[in-house]
Ligand binder design. Structure first.
Ligand code: GLA
Length: 733
């Protein structure tokens, strides 16, 4: 059983196979955090230390006991108004204008299966796989009540945390801050690992020691953003890929967020993750409820690879949904870098012919097929086919592509609108703008007010007309700017708009995936500007970056792999010189890099040599052969491509019978030193045969000294090696 309540000690213990999480109701009804880490038995309340601490106040009930202070004790849901001066998870503005709120324990329920959240993405699991713990807390003065939600997935070493807040008082309150998860450690020295970036260079890794003074990652852009990913990893200072304690906190949400990590005056660390509190002031009427989006927690004492693998497995199988969750995604050719906005139906059809000849399985018509969209300053919002440009109805083009034996997919940017569009001319008040102010333009587009149901409904109707008319089997869902001017014309409470926008986005996605269960949806936001666990609930894959250069991609995909499975990473082979940075890399290198994701092409085969076309055929064959291993195998980072001259990663099948190792040379130099790739996670005492060379290697030696990479002339070479286990065990002398 994953969840235990000790009635006498009032201690809740959550067990997964390798981890334990514990909390305790104290004599005054506060819910204190006791422990999160490696699996253990017993009660850890001996960890608390009580002392009279100057300037750390005491709750009134503690009477003359000056040693009891919420400013010192670790908590499950720290709020303002309890005497805790560290950063709180909750700030409520009460009906009377006061800010105090102090939650006390009221009761609990243990339920089979994993809870869901209304209108929000969440990990899902049935009664066999998961349990839910609901803990009721209440502020006795205002009647504001919180139900803390814990989902425990023992086999996955995953614990999720969310909460529902109910206003049990008599008037409206405002949520000024509401974060979903809080980890309070009484000791330890941690590094915080986070992922920063920019458009076309997302998810660079930063590892810094946690110290005094908060480290904050945040998005105030309306989307989770290129700039910071909503993922925090707290690792022991000495933790590496292969050893040491580390914790992950991943926010299942696609809008503004805030993650905070800080060491307090007594060297205790607190990490918080949840909604951003900037421009956030969410009204909850008497009797009303608010659900905080979920945070997925995981712990491993076996280092960062194992921590990532926990997230990969959970997200791939218990967050992603739909027909394409478990199956190999079609190898696609996307028209964007082949022809940008300059095409007609016939040129797309010709692209289809060339794609089909090479064994590609789906043609995606990217931006430009709708409205008046000959350049990127018009047409967004008008989701009807531009038949004049195409020279034929879209469904006709879809049929012609299907007749080539290809699936057909299209691009949408449902949340955006150009001022030069019929939609904007008809409904200028449907965009996020502040009356009396000129809006911020980005890519000459504005953002529709998705907090309003009628706006979302209109886009839904337009999209359905297109998706009903033709055989469209894939949709790329883009969003090419950050939100600004977040003012909605239909509410007095502008502090709710940023969150309601995300709820509107989720509602549209939910309706569409329910109505079109066979369509493969791919998320995108100028590449990887909304690459988060929230979107994965609706779109099982996300275009990882607008940067398709293989060398930059090795680094971008490395950073992405800390939190997200390879099955979610949209990755394509594109032309050289690369359109984002002008770099020339070998075709093989581009193929191997793109195979660390949902594989495809983003180029015009017409411009390729016969040799390159042959390489495409071979790459597709390889990809199909390895797809199961790539999508479902254990993923190991073998090197750090930010610090080493080779980027390398490994896929290992669950039963250890197959290995696919990939390496990309990021630098060459004279009189080259040899790079040895040390494999990871292999069963000991086994022999593996590399399939191209026929050479046989011992698993222990592959993990100990590794395999020397060839020393060859030329920049950016790449190697892909496939090994099959040939003996289950050998005698080691
Ligand atoms: C974004 C996407 C690209 C492409 C363009 C089209 O930048 O990330 O892949 O779809 O929009 O405008």
């Amino acid at each position: 059983m994953g969840i235990i309540f000790d009635e006498k000690e009032k201690v809740f213990t959550l067990h997964t196979v390798n981890t334990t999480y514990q909390m305790k109701v104290d004599p005054y009804g506060f819910l204190l955090h006791l422990y999160y880490g490696r699996r253990t038995e017993g009660c850890m309340d001996y960890l608390f230390h009580y002392a009279d601490r100057g300037f750390s106040g005491n709750p009134y009930e503690a009477g003359a006991d000056r040693t009891y202070s919420m400013d010192v004790l670790p908590q499950e849901l720290p709020s303002n108004g309890t005497g805790d001066y560290r950063s709180p998870a909750v700030i409520v503005e009460n009906t009377d204008g006061s800010y105090g709120c102090a939650f006390r324990y009221r009761g609990y329920r243990i339920l089979d299966g994993k809870y869901g959240l209304p209108g929000l993405p969440a990990v899902y699991a049935g009664g066999e796989e998961a349990q839910t713990l609901e803990i009721d807390l209440e502020d006795p003065v205002t009647g504001v009540a919180v139900t803390l939600l814990y989902g425990v997935l023992p086999e996955f070493d995953i614990i999720t945390r969310s909460l529902g807040l109910k206003n049990g008082g008599k008037g409206r309150i405002y949520l000024k801050k509401l974060q979903s998860a809080c980890l309070d450690w009484v000791g330890g020295e941690f590094d915080v690992i986070s992922f920063y970036g920019r458009h076309a260079m997302e998810r660079n890794l930063q590892r810094l020691p946690v110290g005094h003074g908060a480290q904050v990652i945040t998005s105030r852009r309306g989307a989770s953003s290129h700039q910071y990913n909503p993922l925090l990893i707290l690792a022991e200072r000495t933790a590496t890929e292969d050893a040491g304690s580390c914790y992950a906190m991943s926010f299942v949400y696609s809008g503004c967020f805030k993650g905070e990590v800080e060491m307090d005056q007594f060297n205790q660390t607190r990490a918080l993750l949840g909604l951003s509190d900037e421009q956030f002031s969410y009204p909850v009427e008497a009797g009303g409820e608010f659900y905080a989006p979920e945070v997925v927690l995981s712990y491993s004492r076996k280092g960062l690879s194992s921590l990532s693998q926990n997230l990969h497995r959970c997200f791939r199988t218990h967050l992603c949904r739909g027909k394409y969750r478990d199956v190999r995604r079609p190898v696609l050719l996307n028209s964007w870098e082949a022809s940008y906005l300059d095409f007609d139906g016939e040129s797309i059809y010709q692209l289809g012919i060339r794609a089909a000849e090479l064994g590609i399985e789906m043609l995606v018509l990217d931006d430009g097929w709708f409205g008046k969209r000959d350049n990127d300053n018009s047409g967004l919002g008008d989701w009807y086919a531009n038949e004049e440009k195409l020279g034929e109805p879209l469904e006709h083009l879809a049929r012609r592509i299907n007749d080539l034996g290809l699936k057909f997919g299209i691009w949408f940017e449902p949340e955006a609108v150009n001022e030069d569009s019929d939609l904007y001319r008809e409904h200028p008040d449907w965009v996020l703008t502040i009356p009396g102010r000129k809006p911020i333009r980005a890519r000459e587009q504005l953002v529709l007010d998705f907090s309003r149901a009628e706006v979302v409904d209109h886009i839904y109707d337009q999209m359905c007309k297109i998706l009903d008319a033709g055989n469209i089997e894939y949709v790329k869902w883009d969003m090419n700017r950050s939100l600004s001017d977040c003012f909605s014309r239909t509410t007095q409470d502008q502090g709710r708009v940023l969150h309601d926008y995300v709820l509107g986005l989720y509602s549209l996605l939910e309706r569409l995936i329910a109505r079109y269960p066979d369509i493969l949806f791919e998320g995108c936001s100028g590449g990887g500007g909304r690459f988060d666990a929230g979107m994965l609930y609706y779109t099982p894959q996300i275009w990882c970056s607008d940067n398709s250069d293989a060398i930059d991609r090795v680094r971008i995909q490395y950073g992405t792999s800390f939190g997200y499975p390879v099955s979610a990473v949209g990755s394509h082979v594109s032309a050289v010189p690369n359109h984002q940075n002008g770099r020339v890399t070998p075709f093989e290198t581009r193929g191997i890099t793109a195979m660390a994701g949902t594989f495809g092409y983003e180029l015009d085969p017409k411009k390729l040599s016969a040799e390159e076309k042959e390489a495409i055929r071979e790459q597709i064959g390889d990809y199909k052969r390895y797809a199961d291993l790539i999508q479902n195998g254990l993923y190991f980072r073998l090197t750090d491509p930010f610090r080493q001259e080779v980027g390398a990663w490994e896929f290992l099948s669950g039963d250890g019978s197959e290995i696919l190792v990939n390496a990309v040379m990021l630098a060459v130099h004279g009189n080259m030193t040899v790079n040895y790739l040390r494999f990871k996670g292999l069963p000991g005492g086994c022999m593996y045969q590399e399939q191209k060379t026929g050479k046989i290697y011992a698993s222990d030696a592959l993990m100990e000294t590794g395999l020397p990479l060839p020393v060859e002339m030329g920049e950016y070479r790449a190697y892909q090696m496939h090994f099959i286990k040939i003996h289950s065990s050998i005698e080691i002398e």
